[in-house]
Ligand binder design. Sequence first.
Ligand SMILES: Cc1cc2nc3c(=O)[nH]c(=O)nc-3n(C[C@H](O)[C@H](O)[C@H](O)COP(=O)(O)O)c2cc1C
Ligand code: SF4
Ligand code: SF4
Ligand code: SF4
Length: 638
Amino acid sequence: MTFDKLRKEAIAEWEALEHSQKPRILIGTATCGLASGADAVLEAIKLELSRRSIEAIITQVGCIGLCYAEPMVDIIKPNRPRICYGNVTPEIITRLVEDYLVKGDPCADLALGTIGDGHIDGIPSFFDLPVLKPQVRIVLRHCGFIDPENINHYIANGGYSGFVKALTMKPEDIIAEITKSGLRGRGGAGFPTGTKWTFCRRSPGDQKYIICNADEGDPGAFMNRALLEGDPHSVLEGMLIGGYAIGASEGYIYCRAEYPLALKRLRIAMKQMEERGLLGDNILDSGFNFHLKIKEGAGAFVCGEETALMASIEGKRGMPRTRPPFPAVAGLWGKPTNINNVESWADAAAIMQRGAGWFASFGTETSKGTKTFSLVGKVERTGLIEVPLGITLSDIVYNIGGGILKGKAFKAVQTGGPSGGCLGADFLQTPVDYETLTKAGSIMGSGGMIVLDEETCVVDLARYFLTFVQAESCGKCVLCREGTMQMLEILTDITEGKGKPGDIDLLLELAESVKLGSLCALGGTAPNPVLTTIKYFRQECEAHINDKRCPAKVCKSLVSFYIIPDKCQGCRICLRSCPTNAIAGDKRMIHVIDQSKCIKCGSCLDVCPARFGAVAKVSGEQLATPKEPVPVDSWGKA
Ligand SMILES: Cc1cc2nc3c(=O)[nH]c(=O)nc-3n(C[C@H](O)[C@H](O)[C@H](O)COP(=O)(O)O)c2cc1C
Ligand code: SF4
Ligand code: SF4
Ligand code: SF4
């Protein structure tokens, strides 16, 4: 079948859907939606519709990005704009069906926004919401809009037109277009994609491979998963383009087994491509042969490193090897290989569909286009975001993220996961681009962004990331294996109040050695979280070492819980919740904590009624309290 015919069929199906006289219901069932209860909501929708004999078209879509508002359900009534509802429950479904579908009241109080032409009183436009206004959707343009399991939805919205255009071009011209777009790899290092493709194209060899790196091992990162779950064809189209441009006839998608929904949707997408002659031999009668396979990874972080990843595909233990030879020269099974990240492939498809100039019109001089981030941590609106590069951290945290949770103070943003670092308030106005973040000692990485508030201890966070890399080190290099272990021991001592003068200098010295003596970037960047913590939060490190104090009151060994005698009402609530019987007291008696029995679980602080506020968490100080319980109001009156 020709592509023209495929497109006509797809457009006919899409338009029939768009102009349907039946109401349409879209529900986000990506992993974030399902984790928030979207499956129960979907069941409620089906039940409610059948109970009332209402015919409606239900479409399951990917994540639109507002993970904080999941489960999300959208309703489109004929000739009305689409209305998005957030935090939907089965009970809310009953109301939406009754009030909106049956009676016509759009339930403005439950709506987040409208999408499409037309206005509904009391409901703002979805894309004018502060969380979405600063965003630019290139990679995520279809997520939340199309059925990821229906190839026609993708084709009808411009999908595969970039590949079809590429088929009419010389491979060198395709690579020139990618180079002109300024696209840099979205998997971490930011290497120019066009240059990488050129190396592999020019490498001699009949058999070449391309690989999609969907390993995504950074803690807190889920951008690649969400894209594969929401729009797998955009990644596959990019791979077709890359395969054709580079001269590869085979490709692999390396995706971790913990991503079952992404894997399922990839498999469905590939089958649909094969059925339509978009994958296999002689694709669209062009003479181009391209075959794709999926390799499920077992979830080792180091397998995201490209030489380890290739070893893993070959069935060997995933361990990095020295370079050169580079994968472009001798990669998978010794053949020229090009590896790109999930998002880089999707970007390549968008560039071929819309042009290099259009893509390069977003971003900065040296960091073009957009980048997806998983915005998590202590921010009001967590989710999947896509922003033009060059946007400030402040715009991301405050405009998109809605500021710090519960009105607390901003402390830092952690970017780049275990390879990155913590940037404090001084960096809020700096642009998010490859150079600025690297200059600051962090990295863009693959897009994990963790917001920290005043109650987060950066020393403890650095310890967490070191624990991660120490456990994930493949063990090949002594300095990565033993050096990170030594660093972790020192940092653990510091967080446990056993830090010694000179520890900071020792950490700095070890960090340099680990950086220099590591074969791959896992070890090479492992000290970054510690180094930025020392650079920007040195006083906080010193407080742990010199004063045995954790200013954020997080490090368990350095905090204590006390009952404030003037405030305690002797209600006994804390006593009942204490798991170690560390609290003594009776009714109307000021309660007292036996510090030797306290395991610092914080339960007493949580349960003491807010109107009393009688439990204090302190670090580096002792509060004066009675030795034994005494009657309420007697304290200090003797
Ligand atoms: C320890 C380690 C883990 C990595 N994990 C990933 C990953 O999960 N996904 C990814 O695309 N790149 C990862 N990378 C970077 C890749 O090795 C490689 O640079 C990247 O896939 C290239 O694609 P890009 O040019 O499109 O960014 C990792 C690197 C290291 C050292
Ligand atoms: S740096 Fe660490 S993870 Fe990388 S090869 Fe060496 S030991 Fe393995
Ligand atoms: S500390 Fe709080 S919860 Fe415990 S007895 Fe006193 S007032 Fe009640
Ligand atoms: S912190 Fe936990 S263990 Fe300690 S006194 Fe309070 S409830 Fe008991």
